[in-house]
Design a binder for this molecule. Structure first.
Ligand SMILES: Cc1cc2nc3c(=O)[nH]c(=O)nc-3n(C[C@H](O)[C@H](O)[C@H](O)COP(=O)(O)OP(=O)(O)OC[C@H]3O[C@@H](n4cnc5c(N)ncnc54)[C@H](O)[C@@H]3O)c2cc1C
Length: 478
């Protein structure tokens, strides 16, 4: 008889493409578990009573229950359990920072030398199995006669839309771009999250009755006020994200060949720059500097590498302080990305020509940097980087990608009278996502600033519940 539990202290490793092959293609890096590997990994879960993994998941997926189904080989049963709480499992299984959430609290990972159960890998396996094998379409709920508008089709908007549709609301998602999915399609590269997977999740929502209107910039084409007053939406959810990039304000940032990471990734992702038949206006640099050390910087660097460049990550702190996920840093290193740590840009240098008719005029030709050292720890133990005088040097690059963070776009604030925002442009909300305007809710990066997919989904869920209560109460009192 097969053993009930698998007491192996380590996770089943995730099969991946060879780094020297994958750094030249855009196919998915991680290949996913087989059914045997998934069952074996699921048996590492001991189904502990206090279930710390569930509390650490922002949408409280019933993790031990779905894993128990996987251990039994009932993959559709596992999917149905996940689907009760998450509308984007194939996405979350791939991109959630599980190490700081569910897996960070897993009892199996507490002892030194032991690893948590591979919850994310199992979630991914179950969602992929369902998408490959299940042909049953979700059935739309009977309509309750009320309409809700959702602004933005990222994880916050899609989750809110899905939950409301399941409650019987007629939901329309208005998306500024020509394709739905938010950062999941225009930010996260194909090799980490294939676009077909996001499309499948969007199609599942459409099957629930959610309408998606693309090329609709709310605040320009229609205002929020008009959605309520003229188009008859009972409530509006804003999930417009945080797509406004930050720059360093150093000389040379307006040269040709300087991108924000958002622009670079959007062009690469949405216009399929990696395809031989693409005519994308994106630079395939020979040598690229990516400034920053977060997940977005890793995505931009690994994309530039796949487009044929030598790539440097330029980051002013040390290895320990790199904010990107460890897995992403390791993957980037394996793929040949060069890490220039304790290094800070001081200016971006142009080509030498001064003749505006010369095609080389006004392009990037290098990035001047200064070496840094870490100072003494402050009260919180944090060591701030300081410049080392006279240590300037130049990295000869023809493209610079700034990846220094983003903030919410000010358009909705500017076009929605009475919509209150915080210091960095985040839309002000209460704990259930209620904004300063009656019937208008908000969640995800638009309310928190740049965060994570699962946090945006969690906010979408909470707001959907609050919108349902608001509509029921306000209609009852009218
Ligand atoms: C390159 C990159 C990699 C990332 N990697 C990860 C990761 O691995 N794991 C993780 O958890 N998180 C990751 N994140 C963060 C994560 O993607 C975001 O936190 C999440 O997508 C936020 O979801 P959202 O729904 O709030 O906004 P978004 O995903 O930004 O979606 C907002 C949508 O609203 C649309 N919109 C904006 N304004 C309007 C308007 N006026 N009218 C209509 N539509 C509008 C936008 O076009 C967009 O489609 C990454 C982010 C980036 C940029």
């Amino acid at each position: 008889m097969a053993a009930k539990f698998n007491m192996n202290p380590l996770k089943n490793p995730m099969p991946t493409q060879d780094p020297t092959v994958r750094n030249g293609n855009f196919d998915e890096v991680a290949l996913g578990y087989t059914a045997e590997m998934a069952i074996d990994e699921a048996k590492r879960c001991i189904g502990c009573k206090n279930r710390p993994c569930v509390a650490a998941c922002p949408v409280n997926i019933k993790i031990p229950e779905f894993i128990a189904k996987v251990a039994e080989g009932d993959f559709e049963g596992a999917y149905q359990i996940i689907a009760e709480d998450s509308s984007l499992p194939a996405v979350c299984g791939r991109v959630c920072p599980q190490e700081t959430q569910c897996e960070g609290k897993c009892t199996r990972g507490i002892k030194a030398g032991c690893e948590a159960v591979g919850i994310g890998r199992l979630e991914r396996f179950v969602a992929d199995w369902h998408n490959a094998n299940c042909t049953v379409q979700p059935v739309p709920a009977p309509l309750n006669g009320h309409k809700v508008a959702v602004v933005g089709s990222g994880p916050a908007g899609l989750t809110c839309a899905g939950d409301l549709a399941k409650m019987g609301y007629e939901v329309t998602v208005f998306e500024a771009l020509h394709v739905a999915g938010g950062v999941l399609v225009y930010g996260i590269p194909e090799f980490r999250l294939p676009k077909a997977i996001v499309q499948k999740e969007v199609d599942n929502l459409k099957a629930l009755g959610v309408k998606v209107e693309t090329n609709m910039v709310i605040g320009r084409v229609i205002t929020i006020e008009e959605l309520k007053e003229e188009y008859g939406f009972d409530a509006v959810f804003i999930g417009s994200g945080a797509g406004l990039p930050k720059f360093m304000n150093i000389p040379g940032e307006s040269l040709k060949g300087v991108y924000s990471a958002n622009e670079f990734l959007t062009r690469s992702n949405l216009m399929k720059a990696y395809r031989a038949d693409s005519h994308t206006p994106i630079q395939h640099g020979k040598c690229v500097a990516v400034v920053g050390g977060g997940n977005v910087a890793m995505d931009a660097a690994r994309t530039a590498k796949r487009l044929g460049a030598e790539v440097h990550i330029v980051y002013r702190r040390g290895e320990e302080e790199l904010p990107a996920r460890r897995e992403e840093i390791e993957h980037a290193k394996e793929e040949g990305i060069i890490f220039d740590l304790l290094t800070n840009p001081t200016r971006i240098l142009p080509t030498e020509t001064t003749d505006p008719r010369d095609p080389a005029y006004g392009w990037v030709n290098g990035i001047e940097c200064i070496r840094m050292e870490l100072g003494e720890p402050d009260e919180s133990g944090r060591r701030s980087p300081k410049e080392i005088a006279g240590s300037e040097f130049v990295i000869p690059v023809d493209c610079v990608i700034m990846s220094l963070g983003t903030s919410p776009n000010p358009l909705l604030k500017a076009t929605t009278p009475g919509l209150e925002t915080l210091r960095r442009g985040e839309i002000a909300v209460d704990e259930v996502g209620k904004t300063s305007i009656e019937g208008v809710y908000c969640g995800g990066d638009a309310a928190t600033g740049a965060a994570t997919v699962i946090k945006a989904m969690g906010a979408g869920k909470v707001a959907a519940k609050a919108i349902d209560e608001y509509i029921k109460t306000s209609k009852a009192t009218k």
